[in-house]
Structure formats: structure tokens, C-alpha cells
Design a protein around this ligand. Sequence first.
Ligand SMILES: [Zn+2]
Length: 279
Amino acid sequence: MTVYKRMMYILLAAALTAVLLIGCGKKKKASEDDLVGDEEVSDVIATLDGYDNSEGKEDGDENVPVIAAEEIKDPYLEAVDRAAAKGLPAPPDIDVTSWEYILASADHPLPDGYAPPDISHVGSREIPCDSRIADALYSFAVDCQEAGNEVYLSSAYRSYSEQKSLFDAKVEDYGYEEAARIVLPPGTSEHQTGLCCDITDIYRSPKTPSVLEQTETFQWLNAHCEQYGFILRYPEDKQEITDIIYEPWHFRYVGKEAAKYIKDNNLCLEEFLALYGVE
Ligand SMILES: [Zn+2]
């Protein structure tokens, strides 16, 4: 082979390599673009739907996450959209199925036999509550007291059977309908979650909203509750949604993040959870 011919072969080989490299580069770019355009993604899905795995090819594997991302909508982004539709800022990025957000009401009765996983006793009266809120409840009450207020923790956790006895006693005195207005039927009271607490200045029976809301204890609790992760669960202006009378003594733990958002935006728990699709 002459030197000239050898040179020609080397040049030809170099040119072929260059063409192949450019070709590959283009292919790579095109497949990246495929992941962006919706049409292209559905083509990928269509191809994979018809993909026959029996040949043992593994080429399709890298595309599997694309399908997953396409099919599963991010629930948090949906919550952001729902909030925006109501003119609200982005809500906290929370797992709405976590224990802090358990809803107990006539429309959302607790599962049969529900009880907190662990019970702690708080304050000098050692009232029982869900252990997970014990520290927060204790700080909330003690700080209120240290601010110069009287504090009486009257009731936090009530078991299904305690709620049933309370309810049955009222039914005997007043009949079912009237009783249901005063005490919630068993399984529908938030007290069965152990995540709330009735807090007043002194022992009060009956609890009268117009009297309680005037107390300095309530004023302090209402002004600071979100700092401890609590909300006023049954506000006066949300009675049509909660279906519970105004209770300026019933505070519910939801965690600091949710409590702040709920308070800042004047929501009740039902409205807050609806942002995450809980209806
Ligand atoms: Zn209560």
C-alpha cells in the first residue's frame, strides 16, 4: 500500500467516525426532547405498551420512570392549585394522612375501636391525651399560666365508651335529637382522638361561649395557640362548616405548620383538609 493510499484510508476512517459521533449526538438530543413534549411522551408510552418483553430486551427500562411521572399527579401540587383557586397562598407540603390531621366528626366518624396508640397524662389533674401532643399541650398550658392566667384543663382524651355513657345519659334526659346537639354521639367526637383539649380559666359547667370568650385565659390561648401547634377548632364564623357550636375552649393539635396556615388564612380544619382533597 502506498503512503498516499494509506493516508486516504485514515482520512476516510476519521470521516466515518465523525459522522457516527454526530449521528449519536443528534439521537441523544432528540430523545431528551422526547421527554419534554407531551405528544412524544405518549408515543413512548404507546411503544412500551406494545413492547414484547419475551425477548428479554432491557432497552425499555430507562423509560419506565417517565410513565410513572405521567400517571401519578403530585398531590401537593394539586393542593397548591386548589388553594390558588380560592385566592390562598401555597399550603404547607404535608402528608395529610398523618395522625395530626385525623378528622373526627358526624361526617367523618372514627374507625370502630379507634384509640390513640399511647396515652399520656398532663397537668395536676392528670388528664389523658394522645402522648404525641403531651409536650405541646403542657407547654401551651404552662405558658398561659406563666403569663398570669388561670388555666383549667377540663377534658382531652375520651374513650368511645366514655363518650357513649355521656351521650346515653343526655339521651335519657333530653331525647336523641336534643342530646346530639349537646354531646356528640360516640365515634364522632374529636375527643376520642386524644388530639384536642378543652381549656378554660376555672371549672365551668355549663360552658357558655359568650362568657368564656371574655376571659383573659381564652384571649391568651386564642392569640398564641398556633405557636404550640394548636388551633381553635370550632370558631364562631365556621359553624355551618364544622356543624358544631362556637367553642372558645376547645383547642386541637395539628402541628405548628398547619396551625399557622389555618390561622393566617382564617380557615377551619375542614377547609384546610379540603385543600388536600379530603372531603
Ligand atoms: Zn371539646
